[in-house]
Design a protein around this ligand. Structure first.
Ligand code: TEU
Ligand code: CA
Length: 565
């Protein structure tokens, strides 16, 4: 068992714009994070992943960086950032920075230079191509709707942007560019940060020739992933990064890798020959989308527990002794987990605790997204004007344009899957604007804040917050939570998810009811129970003695410590 601090950690993701506003301008900031470090320490998390705070024109809320070595004015100064790092280290907490190097902002000096002329020394830092028959070089679609190419009259050529027009892709084929990026990473690591979360890192190697994507359905622009996801030189580039930068520091590295397979994840996270510690895979957050529709996530379909089990088991077993899993149910790009995988109405508390149990009892490093620890829910703003996320606004505009103004369906899709569900301000208390700001918040606060807020959660001993605290403590006290082998039970059950975790002589039995029903669950003979101790549950004991035949209450979760004897 290869012990590592980043395997035993629990990571808390902060989306600074929506975390806490310290100066009343309605925008969360770095001093706001400093002000809440004691709260995070109380929760028990030991690592913070901070979404981008770098200089940015904010076209994609900071994921469009114009200066990698300076802080966005709205978030504060480098001085504020230095204080954040020292205040965290004082508390024994670690800081992981977001690293967005598949693309930069079009206001980065590299791009400003690059677009000046074809022979500019920065031209090749980006991917420029002449048009074809007066239109884009190929038919690739952007992640944010429309073409992945933007025409620039100055040099009569197009540049590639897999995300927004203001996020031109960097050309990793260029050795000088890689050198500059590695120097920038070293600059931050020498300042004392504890790691990087790497944004869409498996998209940096594009196939030569940039051919058209196969056409499915009549859409003009098509998904070209096969030509840039996990490209031919990806492992070479990450290998170079590891040799020249990462291997020189004791840090946590996690790559965001859409569409990745377990085999590819083993190549990247392998214990010995690995390049990064872990990756974020997306299969479990794509279960409720119709994969055959070119509407992607916007075509919502119900998900099945047996599918979630199949995906989870494949990743648990696929990386067992081979790599290491990251564990998450939400982040700043996904809807709130209790609304998506649980029940954000009658059983909000029970289902939020059940999902927390799921997250903290699988093998891997758990990631908690801000607000998840108090059970924050999706928001259903009534008007498109209330929304801010470029991905949702582009989708809405394109949908309405192509479907003759059917705004209702577009708004419904955004209610279900929009990223702003995760980006409403953290609800600190029941004062105006949920205590997030004394100013006017940049995006509306979820109107349910009087009932769902941190102050209330701290007061109530049986709250979701205190349940997270207990789970985090159990992980720290029992290595079986971290390193135990995962073995699923009764995989065909459509309501109950159960599995064991085994490490040396210790075994955990986890039983989770993912439904509002009361299913009866019978333990298979293979799971020998001589004695059992209930470690944590989201309902008081029901007094039944039968150890094999269990009736689970709506969204009930139980974790037993089994001694096999
Ligand atoms: O996200 C990449 C990514 O996969 C998402 O765009 C995702 O597909 C989509 O949002 C799901 O709906 C990363 C960042 O996490 C995201 O915030 C950025 O917008 C994006 O990269 C570009 O930097
Ligand atoms: Ca502020």
């Amino acid at each position: 068992m290869n012990r590592k601090w980043w395997k035993e950690s629990v990571v808390y993701q902060i989306y600074p714009r929506s975390f806490y506003d310290s100066n009343g301008d309605g925008i969360g900031d770095i001093r706001g994070v400093i002000a809440k470090l004691n709260y995070l320490q109380r929760l028990g998390v030991d690592v913070v992943w901070l979404s981008p705070v770098y200089k940015s024109p904010n076209d994609d809320n900071g994921y469009d960086i114009s200066d990698y070595q300076d802080i966005m004015g709205e978030f504060g100064t480098l001085g504020d950032w230095d204080e954040l790092l020292s205040q965290m280290h004082l508390r024994g907490m670690k800081l992981v920075m977001d690293l967005v190097i598949n693309h930069s902002s079009d206001e980065h000096r590299w791009f400003i230079e690059s677009r000046k002329s074809k022979d500019n020394r920065y031209r090749d830092y980006y991917i420029w191509r002449p048009g074809r028959d007066g239109t884009e070089p190929n038919n690739w679609a952007s992640f944010f709707s429309g073409s992945a190419w933007q025409y620039d009259p100055r040099t009569d050529e197009y540049y590639l942007h897999l995300f927004s027009k203001k996020q031109p892709d960097l050309n990793w084929e260029n050795r000088r560019l890689r050198r500059e990026i590695f120097d920038m990473m070293t600059w931050w690591l020498d300042k004392g940060i504890d790691g990087f979360r790497m944004d869409v890192i498996n998209l940096i190697s594009k196939v030569h020739g940039l051919p058209d994507a196969p056409t499915t359905g009549g859409a003009r622009y098509q998904w070209g992933g096969q030509y840039f996801v996990h490209g031919l030189r990806l492992l070479e580039f990450l290998g170079e990064m590891k040799d020249e930068v990462l291997s020189r520091y004791d840090i946590l590295t996690v790559g965001e890798t859409p569409m990745i397979t377990t085999e590819q994840a083993v190549d990247i996270t392998h214990e010995e020959r690995g390049l990064l510690n872990m990756v974020f895979q997306f299969e479990h957050v794509m279960l409720d989308q119709d994969r055959s529709s070119n509407l992607g996530k916007w075509q919502h379909v119900p998900w099945r527990l047996t599918d979630l089990k199949a995906v989870t088991t494949r990743w648990q077993k696929g990386l067992e002794d081979n790599g290491w899993n990251s564990l998450y149910l939400s982040n700043h790009d996904q809807p709130r987990s209790v609304s998506r995988f649980g029940d954000d109405g009658r059983y909000r508390v029970e289902s939020a605790k059940m999902l927390a149990t799921f997250l903290h009892t699988l093998q891997g490093t758990p990631y908690i997204y801000q607000g998840e620890e108090i059970g924050m829910t999706n928001v259903r703003f009534p008007r498109i004007e209330d929304y801010r996320d470029i991905e949702s606004l582009n989708f809405y505009r394109e949908w309405v344009a192509q479907r003759g103004g059917d705004t209702g369906a577009a708004l419904a899709a955004i209610h279900e899957k929009g990223r702003d569900n995760a980006r409403t301000p953290v609800q600190w208390d029941d004062r105006e604007h949920a205590g997030f700001t004394v100013g006017e918040p940049w995006i509306g606060v979820n109107p349910n804040y009087p009932d769902i807020n941190v102050a209330k959660a701290l007061e109530e001993p049986d709250s979701i917050f205190h349940y997270y605290r207990k789970l985090i403590r159990l992980r720290r006290e029992h290595p079986v939570f971290v390193y135990g082998r995962y073995d699923p039970i009764c995989e065909e059950h459509e309501q109950v998810y159960a599995y064991t975790r085994t490490l040396d002589g210790e075994r955990l039995l986890v039983m989770l009811n993912f439904s509002a029903d009361t299913p009866v669950f019978v333990l298979p003979d293979a799971v020998k129970i001589v004695d059992r101790a209930l470690l944590i549950a989201n309902y008081p004991a029901d007094g039944t003695q039968d150890r094999r035949r269990v009736t689970l209450r709506p969204y009930e979760a139980r974790v037993y410590f089994l001694s096999k004897g």
